[in-house]
Design a binder for this molecule. Structure first.
Ligand code: NAD
Ligand code: DAU
Length: 331
């Protein structure tokens, strides 16, 4: 199977590429990645000789047409992915997340190629803290940030291309991922690398916002289950029942580092900060038989801490710029 992975030098796409080459001997992988600040080719170094790497943008229609024409399936991870950056400058989010997805959809339509769109639970907006309800595929779209609005728009484009043009596509909306190769701007790697540098973790606001954590490898096995057995036109929610508030996550990290439970700072909250995300993954589990492997969050965090400890050469080059951006907002 010839697999075109967009955004394969980013966090989830790189893990997907590594896992695919480990688990699927029949796969031939081409990665298309623009190598923005979030892309790092060195994440693919373990498989560099086994993949074709193309440096380019999903908004480049000629390039996309050529690559899609040579693929059996497109797995679309490429995106501007960080909410805080979308508050500074939404423009690249519109270009990559909307125009880029449109460009890919037109190419898969021309070539009749199978398409899987990787999206986020943030398209559904926020849940309240005191209601046990979770997101389901029937939850109405209600995105809060420029990032989640562009991801919501891209989901609608995919559904319209399925219905109007018969494109063979599926969509997945996943909750917050953690694991190796995640950019240091994101919550968990930011706090781990702060602690490794002897800096106190930073909690937005009171730290009571809840995220539904899933290990990146579990996200990717779900994506393959959908590609292999999912129904065309269907939306699958991916989550592993990993709800924790941010304060609990920071306290677990402090414990792993042997630091005092109050050894962190509160910093200004994110404007429009969604309170809670939680996924009901019943369809994925019942229909496709998927189950997560990483069900012990603390063990997963310990392994992630260990990875960042051993791979300083990977994260160090990005750390100063990420912290300089946070310094501008006092976060
Ligand atoms: P990331 O920011 O780590 O990686 C994004 C990758 O896309 C980078 O390699 C970047 O260089 C590349 N890219 C950006 N613009 C591009 C363009 N125009 N053309 C080609 N490549 C481009 O993101 P991530 O966390 O790995 O997220 C991957 C996907 O998964 C995104 O679509 C995101 O919305 C979705 N998602 C992420 C999470 C999460 O917790 N990180 C959860 C659910 C869904
Ligand atoms: O839910 C899926 C989404 O998860 C993905 O679509 C996004 O691409 C991904 O970035 C992530 O979005 P979040 O905004 O939830 O992730 P982030 O890592 O930025 O923040 C996680 C939580 O931690 C959030 O409540 C904000 C908070 N936070 C974040 C940082 C960077 C802090 O308290 N302190 C911090 O320093």
């Amino acid at each position: 199977m010839r697999v075109l992975v967009t955004g394969g030098a980013g966090f989830i796409g790189a893990n997907f590429t590594l896992q695919t080459l480990r688990d699927r001997p029949d796969a031939e992988v081409t990665v298309l990645d623009a190598l923005t600040y979030a892309g790092d080719r060195s994440s693919l170094e373990p498989v560099a000789r086994r993949i074709e790497f193309v440096h380019g943008s999903v908004t480049d229609a000629d390039l996309v047409d050529r690559l899609v024409g040579a693929a059996d399936v497109v797995v679309h991870f490429a995106a501007e992915s960080h909410n805080d950056n979308s508050l500074d400058d939404p423009s690249p989010f519109v270009q990559t997340n909307l125009v880029g997805t449109f460009t890919l959809l037109e190419a898969v339509r021309r070539h009749g190629v199978r398409f899987h769109h990787v999206s986020t639970d943030e398209v559904y907006g926020e849940l309240s803290l005191d209601d046990p309800a979770k997101f389901t595929p029937e939850t109405p779209y209600d995105p809060s940030s420029p990032y989640s609005a562009t991801k919501a728009g891209s989901d609608h484009l995919v559904r319209a291309w399925v219905r109007s043009f018969g494109v063979r596509a599926t969509i997945s909306n996943c909750s917050n991922n953690y694991g190796p190769y995640q950019h240091v701007e994101k919550f968990i790697p930011r706090q781990i690398t702060n602690l490794l540098d002897g800096v106190r973790p930073r909690l937005y606001g009171a730290g009571l916002n809840v995220r539904d954590w899933i290990h990146v490898e579990d996200h990717n096995t779900a994506v393959w289950a959908i590609i292999d057995h999912g129904r065309i036109g269907e939306t699958y929610l991916i989550g592993a029942d990993g709800e924790r508030n941010n304060l609990e996550v920071v306290r677990t990290l402090l414990e792993i580092f042997g630091r005092d439970a109050d050894d962190f700072d509160h910093v200004p909250d994110r404007p429009g900060h969604d309170l809670r995300y939680a996924i009901d993954a019943t369809t994925l589990r019942d229909e496709l038989g998927w189950t997560p492997r990483y069900t012990d969050f603390r063990a997963g965090l310990e392994a992630t801490v260990d990875w960042y400890r051993k791979n300083e050469a990977w994260w160090r080059p990005a750390k100063a710029a990420a912290e300089a951006r946070y310094a501008r907002t006092g976060q």
